[in-house]
Design a protein around this ligand. Structure first.
Ligand SMILES: *[C@@H]1O[C@H](CO)[C@@H](O)[C@H](O)[C@H]1NC(C)=O
Ligand SMILES: *[C@@H]1O[C@H](CO)[C@@H](O)[C@H](O)[C@H]1NC(C)=O
Ligand SMILES: *[C@@H]1O[C@H](CO)[C@@H](O)[C@H](O)[C@H]1NC(C)=O
Ligand SMILES: *[C@@H]1O[C@H](CO)[C@@H](O)[C@H](O)[C@H]1NC(C)=O
Ligand SMILES: *[C@@H]1O[C@H](CO)[C@@H](O)[C@H](O)[C@H]1NC(C)=O
Length: 417
């Protein structure tokens, strides 16, 4: 009996801790996420939250018979305390389940897929970050936009004309406008009025090799960020940048950038130092950037990379920072699960150390979440939470810790006592 009481007590304690991992409560999700200084604010309180990438959501939601995968993914995510999902707001071109099939033409079924994703996120208490276009040619991207302009007789040759050709820029603005004015067929709420959407990103991982000085990409951000705000003043906005330093911080550029990144025409400080950009974005892929370094050196880089950007977001930009993507490739020679866990743990510990002090690091969102049984999306970075792996436990622990920083801790103690 005593034993039973203890077990019941323990179950309640554990359940209580885990109920802290539930989604952003439905009752409080009528507010937008905003920003104050280096913090996100949600319902009047600083908002630090763990999250994930799932680029496949709209694709799978386009077919009603596979929509359950979105539900499973979101339920598994919230049960691990993950309350922010980053996904694509594009599938450009005449491709299977394309979203924007040609400039200004949208495939209604695919748009309804995105509608479903947002409606389901709303129901389950997940906030969304949606990216308008891709740097790379996966799912269309800059290449497709430039291709469309070329077929209209424009004098364009490289993907980098994306940033300067007037017709291409108009196509981009039209897409932004269409997205924010879309009325969700499930919720009947326009995207621009939907608080489930936490914010937008201009472009996933922009690069512009045609102009390593960074001026071209900078001019594009200075034009597009205010444009997004002019058609949607409710939502936060970031760039989608990988975070490479440019000429505005020569020392960082020299000591931190992978050498190959010095010709990409991006500038972490200048690109985020634009009024219409609300928060800063970096990605973290030491495996990809340093294929020839050993694991110890890559881990050293990881720490320096994250800490430098957190410091700069805090002191120079004075804006929140997200680690919008990070992960560990299982295809890296010598890969072990312990290495993956070490990457997750180190990333989360650095974010937590800043968050705990109310600092600029607001969350790290791993690339990428898939549900069980999605073998067609299983690649060297995929995470299946229901595998109950050690990585999944590290993810839950970070979520729990972040949520306990502001407010939630007191609530659970009150209920237990
Ligand atoms: C619950 O969370 C607290 C931290 O808030 C921790 O100290 C405690 O060990 C956790 N209990 C269980 C059973 O997980
Ligand atoms: C960005 O796009 C260019 C092609 O236009 C490509 O060479 C580069 O690898 C892409 N970068 C990323 C991070 O996808
Ligand atoms: C096309 O653009 C290139 C590079 O900007 C320029 O050199 C060339 O003169 C242009 N061609 C035409 C027909 O305008
Ligand atoms: C997690 O996903 C699996 C399938 O991948 C599903 O069977 C299970 O119900 C999901 N769990 C939750 C809590 O949603
Ligand atoms: C994962 O752990 C949960 C809770 O302990 C359990 O209910 C579930 O069956 C486990 N799933 C797998 C795939 O091991």
């Amino acid at each position: 009996m005593k034993y039973l009481c203890f077990v019941v007590f323990l179950a309640i304690v554990i359940a209580q801790n885990y109920s802290d991992l539930g989604g952003v409560e439905a009752a409080s999700s009528n507010g937008f996420v905003t920003r104050k200084g280096v913090q996100f604010i949600f319902n009047g309180k600083p908002f630090y939250a763990n999250g994930f990438n799932a680029y496949w959501l709209t694709y799978e939601a386009t077919d009603p018979t596979t929509r359950f995968k979105i539900t499973y993914a979101f339920q598994n995510a919230t049960s691990h305390g993950l309350t922010i999902a980053r996904t694509w707001g594009f599938r450009d071109g005449a491709i299977y389940r394309g979203l924007q099939t040609s400039p200004g033409s949208y495939h209604e079924k695919t748009f309804q897929g995105l509608d479903f994703v947002i409606a389901e996120a709303k129901r389950l208490g997940i906030k969304m970050i949606i990216t308008f276009v891709n740097n790379y040619s996966d799912f269309g991207g800059r290449k497709q936009y430039v291709g469309w302009a070329k077929s209209k007789g424009q004098n364009v040759s490289s993907d980098d004309d994306f940033y300067t050709n007037p017709l291409v820029k108009q196509y981009y603005k039209n897409h932004v406008k269409t997205m924010v004015n879309r009325v969700n067929t499930f919720t009947k709420v326009a995207y621009k009025d939907e608080p489930t959407i936490m914010g937008w990103e201009l472009i996933n991982e922009p690069q512009c090799r045609a102009d390593p000085s960074g001026k071209t990409l900078m001019a594009w951000i200075e034009e597009m960020a205010p444009y997004v705000k002019s058609v949607d003043s409710n939502h936060l906005l970031s760039t989608g940048l990988e975070g490479f330093y440019g000429d505005s911080s020569p020392q960082r550029k020299k000591t931190l950038n992978p050498v190959a990144a010095n010709v990409l025409g991006t500038d972490f400080i200048a690109n985020h130092n634009v009024d219409a950009v609300d928060f800063a974005s970096i990605h973290s892929y030491p495996d990809i950037w340093f294929p020839n370094l050993d694991e110890k050196a890559r881990m050293d880089f990881l720490r320096n990379w994250l800490e430098a950007h957190i410091e700069d977001a805090q002191n120079i930009l004075k804006k929140p920072l997200i680690i919008g993507e990070f992960g560990k490739l299982t295809t890296t020679p010598g890969y072990t699960q312990d290495q993956r866990d070490a990457v997750f743990k180190a990333t989360y510990d650095i974010v937590y150390a800043s968050a705990q002090k109310g600092g600029a690091a607001t969350g790290a969102w791993f690339w990428h979440l898939i549900s069980d049984g999605m073998s067609n999306f299983k690649d060297s970075l995929a995470i299946v939470l229901s595998d109950n792996s050690s990585t999944a436990n590290i993810i839950s622990e970070e979520s729990r810790k972040l949520r306990l920083i502001f407010g939630k801790g007191k609530l659970s103690r009150k209920i237990i006592n």
